[in-house]
Write a protein that binds this ligand. Structure first.
Ligand code: GUN
Ligand code: ZN
Length: 451
């Protein structure tokens, strides 16, 4: 072996050209031009998967290394890849299950389907489908629930790693009120979660989330164990469900009679904090919102799920009150949610808020799907914007993807906010032309699929 064999491999360069859009901060409302940067003919220079430089094509073209082919998307809108902050990996065959509200839906469909993920081969095939579907929808990072089986999470992380994607995921902890084949114990849930943290947390791009399913399916001993895992592993996430459905809330009150409210159940076990993601948060009291705010916890808005399971209408304005703002994110919650598409999810978020007499501007929605969700995950320095140093996880959008979109776009005179609104109200996977992970093409709408 000569000395040159020991030198690091030269950086791998890639480059994309097209219209670039990235957010600087949460927009204050429609027309907030300072909240984002849009470069009509922009260039992204990428080295070893991270953005090295971003600017106009005219300014940067001389910096394109010799021999690097530029992926040019002359009609595309290039954004940071979408981020889904709450989704269930073992529910790809639960989505679109008829006629039940939360507790019946869990028993009748979800707890049946999730048992199949004990089989590593089923989990591996499921992981391939799941990640294909995320990428086809332009989603490049997700916070995902596994099943109770640690092997389901091993399968998911392994597939994400193979593709160069970064995931947050965790094995569901549930030691009661579920079929025997789907329960762990306080001890085994702790030990299995700990082993997964040691195996996967911060291995490359992967991150772990301690995942007690919700208060109904965990004993006090298990919630205690979840709190211990968080204390022993600073920086891991916590994800669970909170205040989604009225029967659920009444059951929690019965199971934890000494707790002040549902949020207090989690609070007592140290499960609130800036790395904690609480799915739904629909029927919260004033006191609960204050605790979520004080602790820096995140309320995760899952509009397609809340409509489909009939859970209720997220109150964004109440959660945003200036004297006790609760951090918020947006998510699909497949398979209670009905679409993998963050565009569809934003469209339904708009409608839920309309029902409350509230608004979600196109700028606010696109900020949430990218920078905002990255910030909610505590990952704003890694993903969510087109800035040097961030991973080049990207989505390329086409606002003329369908006849209806094209027809509508023909009535718009180049206004970015109107285009974004068309994308979130009429768009879905068909509006995603390409998805990139670490600057490499991971999905191409034009490429033939293998089915
Ligand atoms: N609450 C507890 N488990 C679940 C789940 O899988 N989906 C939803 N939407 N709510 C839950
Ligand atoms: Zn969920």
């Amino acid at each position: 072996m000569n000395a040159t064999d020991l030198s690091p491999a030269p950086p791998r360069f890639t480059a994309l050209r097209g219209r670039l859009l990235s957010f600087r901060r949460a927009p204050t409302g429609p027309g907030d031009a300072d909240s984002h940067v849009c470069i009509p003919d922009g260039l992204l220079l990428i080295a070893d998967g991270r953005i090295q430089a971003v600017g106009t094509y005219a300014d940067l073209k001389d910096q394109i290394p010799a021999g690097v082919a530029v992926d040019h998307h002359p009609d595309g809108l290039i954004l940071p890849g979408f981020i889904d902050t709450h989704i269930h990996f073992p529910q790809t065959q639960v989505i679109a299950s008829y006629g039940a509200q939360l507790l019946d839906w869990l028993e009748k469909y979800t707890f049946i389907e999730e048992q199949k993920y004990a089989d590593p081969a089923h989990a591996a095939a499921g992981a391939r489908f799941f990640l294909d579907e995320l990428l086809r929808n332009g989603t490049t990072t997700a916070a995902a629930y596994g099943s109770v089986h640690p092997q389901s999470v091993d399968a998911l992380f392994a597939e994400a790693e193979r593709r160069g994607a970064g995931l947050i995921a965790g094995k569901v902890m549930m030691d009661r009120h579920a079929p025997a084949a789907l329960t762990d114990s306080a001890e085994s849930g702790y030990a299995d979660s700990k082993a997964l943290i040691e195996r996967w947390h911060r291995r490359g791009r992967q991150r772990y989330a301690v995942t007690p399913r919700f208060a109904i399916t965990s004993t006090e001993a298990q919630l205690e164990a979840a709190g211990a895992l968080l204390r022993e592993h600073p920086g891991v996430h916590m994800q669970t469900h909170l205040s989604e459905n009225l029967d659920e809330i009444a059951t929690v009150r019965r199971l934890f009679p000494t707790a002040r409210d549902y949020t207090d159940v989690y609070d007592r076990f140290g499960l609130l904090g800036p790395t904690s993601l609480f799915g739904h948060c629909i029927h919260l009291s004033e006191e609960e919102m204050r605790r979520l705010s004080d602790s820096g916890s995140v309320a995760v808005f899952c509009p397609t799920s809340n409509l489909f399971i009939g859970s209720g209408l997220f109150d964004r304005a109440a959660l945003s009150r200036a004297d006790r703002p609760v951090r918020q994110s947006l998510a699909t919650d497949v398979g209670g949610g009905t679409s993998y598409s963050m565009l569809r999810t934003a469209g339904e978020a708009y409608k839920v808020l309309q029902m409350r007499g509230q608004n979600l501007s196109a700028l606010a929605a696109f900020d949430l799907m990218t920078r905002g969700n990255a910030a909610a995950l505590g990952m704003a320095d890694e993903i969510g914007t087109l800035e040097p140093g961030r991973w080049a996880d990207l989505v390329v959008l086409d606002a003329r993807a369908t006849p209806a979109m094209r027809h509508r776009m023909n009535a718009i005179d180049g206004d970015l906010e109107e285009e974004l609104f068309v994308l979130m109200i009429l768009g879905d996977d068909r509006a995603v032309t390409h998805t990139y992970l670490r600057g490499e093409k991971a999905y191409d709408r034009a490429a033939p699929t293998a089915e």
